[in-house]
Design a protein around this ligand. Structure first.
Ligand SMILES: Cc1cc2nc3c(=O)[nH]c(=O)nc-3n(C[C@H](O)[C@H](O)[C@H](O)COP(=O)(O)OP(=O)(O)OC[C@H]3O[C@@H](n4cnc5c(N)ncnc54)[C@H](O)[C@@H]3O)c2cc1C
Length: 263
């Protein structure tokens, strides 16, 4: 199968986040990496093709210069090629614009070789909107099956299991389709030395908005449908209350919980 995986380059969640005056994330202040949740999407694509009849796994990212690192990590894991959508006008894009750019990139790839499946993570670890997969499906006119904890493909049908709090459901969609996967679906592989060396020779194309036929006025901060009004650092955690048990500890604990409306 020809599978496209959308991989996002995000600030490392372990680092302290800071913001620019326009409330966008200060990406230069922190190291970035392939969004950890997207590693599950890459692994799912690789596993499907290894178990099936083969085919190509193409990873697509949209982001600044450094975002190519997300592609490289995916290629080291085993993906075949990458596309980096890079254009100054994209900075500050919201989910609506992100889905437009990614959808046009997928359409362009599909013009070269038909795409059987689009796989995404369940959410990025920075924006966490979890809406790009659905928006992609709408823009591409494809069925979407989201939050897959299990994914199999047989005879042109993608079958997924979605795990809810009280029930699991199995959902099917005919290919081509858009599937988003959760962190329950697999255990992403680490790039092997062989994989790291092989990745150096794999092709990565860079496309701008003009290559995708997108008007720059449709993307970027100015075109965003949603904006961040304010950003402030969370106050440090206040010191916890220590209850010394001198026979009345349970009562004191219950009163504390009741004062916070937990009981
Ligand atoms: C109100 C608002 C404010 C924002 N502010 C900022 C900001 O200040 N600075 C900033 O940098 N960003 C900001 N963003 C986030 C940025 O615009 C997101 O990239 C965009 O909204 C996509 O949403 P998400 O990352 O939460 O995607 P989700 O819907 O959570 O992502 C799901 C999946 O879609 C795919 N995907 C998403 N984005 C990409 C991508 N770029 N490339 C490849 N695959 C992708 C991945 O597979 C991912 O797992 C903001 C978004 C909103 C809505």
């Amino acid at each position: 199968m020809n599978i496209v995986v959308c991989v996002k380059y995000v600030p490392d969640a372990q680092s302290e986040r800071s913001f620019e005056p326009d409330h966008t994330t200060d990406r230069d202040a922190v190291d970035g990496l392939l969004s950890e949740l997207d590693e599950y999407a890459v692994e799912a694509a690789l596993a499907l093709n290894e178990a099936g009849d083969g085919g190509e796994v193409t990873v697509v990212t949209m982001g600044p210069d450094d975002a190519v690192a997300a592609i490289k990590k995916s290629l080291q894991m085993g993906a075949d090629k990458g596309v980096h959508v890079l254009d100054d006008a994209i900075a500050g894009s919201d989910a609506v614009a992100s889905s437009l750019v990614l959808a046009e990139a997928i359409k362009k790839l599909g013009g070269e070789t038909p795409v059987d499946l689009v796989i995404t993570g369940l959410a990025s670890t920075d924006g966490s909107m979890s809406v790009v997969p659905a928006m992609l499906a709408e823009r591409l006119g494809l069925p979407q099956v989201t939050f897959a904890s299990e994914l199999t493909v047989e005879g042109g049908t993608a079958r997924i299991r979605r795990d809810g709090d009280t029930a699991s459901e199995t959902v099917e969609a005919t290919l081509p389709a858009v599937v988003s996967v959760t962190d329950q679906i697999n255990e992403p592989r680490y790039p092997s030395f062989k994989g790291i060396m092989a990745a150096k020779k794999k092709p990565v194309e860079t496309w701008g908005l003009a290559d995708l036929g997108i008007d720059p006025a449709q993307v970027g901060l100015a075109a965003a449908w949603s904006t961040v009004d304010s950003v402030e650092a969370r106050p440090p955690r206040s010191k916890g209350e220590v209850v010394t048990d001198e026979g009345e500890g349970g009562k004191a604990l219950a009163e504390f919980l009741a004062s916070r409306k937990f009981v």
